[in-house]
Design a binder for this molecule. Sequence first.
Ligand SMILES: [Zn+2]
Length: 386
Amino acid sequence: MAPSFGFDVIARDAGARRGRLTLAHGVVETPAFMPVGTRAAIKGATFDEVDALAPDIILANTYHLHVRPGDDLIARAGGLHAFMGWAKPVLTDSGGYQVFSLAGRRTLSEDGVVFQSHLDGRRLSLTAESAADIQARLGSDVAMMFDECPSWPATHDDTRAAMARTLRWAARGRARFEALSEGLVPDVLRSTPGQAQFGIIQGGTFKDLRDESVAGTVAVGFEAYAIGGLSVGEPTEVLYDVAGHTAAQLPEDRPRYLMGAGMPDDLVEAVARGIDLFDCVLPTRNARNGQLFTRRGPISIKNARYAEDLGPIDPACTCPTCRRHSRAYLRHLFVAGEITAATLNTLHNLHFYLDTMRGIRKAIEFGTFEAFRQAFLETYSRRQPL
Ligand SMILES: [Zn+2]
């Protein structure tokens, strides 16, 4: 196990866990939401602004940073933390999800994936080993193993083949990670010596394949385990059911990360099923499209009904945007195409997600998570509230 890695479950409330995850660059209080900084930036926000929202960890994308500016350059700059000016933990994805979404521009083999850069058409490849090398150069606190991400829906046979290949890649990726950790790969500059590596469970919506994937991935042995291949278009009930089924079989003493989820109510429901870590582009991407999250549900700020609405986005919100600005002002900025709209909307949405997680953590500590969950779900609607 990576020497700087630790995880303690400090409170439980039914299936929900309140934990403390120790990584090379600091402690992450769980359950935690990781804001997505795809290209080493939270779009629209400075790191001073991100700091003020107090996330314990952010995510950056291996594929995008490998293509530009390149992980060699970032390693020479001292690693991702030094390069972007962020001192707290960072998780990098494996690059798999982006590569597999380059339909038509990639070729899959047992070795890995050959693909064309979306920027300049350069032929590049990603394998279990090179994904570990790239993330070692980036120097994230958490590297993800390289996995195959099948599209949804997929047949049992296709899902099984992808899951089985992912298991073979798990063994290869872990072996490479261990070689890197032991200094046996001298040509790869390792920016964060205490880096940890998480395994990824695949198997789509098939519980028998999820079981097989859990057994095989845990047998390889990683610092922690992620549930991949969900939040890809399946119905919400299926997401909850498969995530809960899978989480229940993962080791009790390791964090569980549900990749790519989700809507605010998804976070609450997944925590109830034993999930500890989340990432999702929704709060930031939707902010730039004018969708703002409130306790009652998401609202579209461009709607004419807000033209003269002088109240804040959410009267209960304590974010910098709500403390200072009205819905009418934010609608004006959005409609006028002011770039400040993206910043103010992003800060509000990220605060909403991070504050929801703070509420969840407090509720688990006090043993009142079930009441929190009921109250949240009664108030929150995915349909736009009036
Ligand atoms: Zn706010």
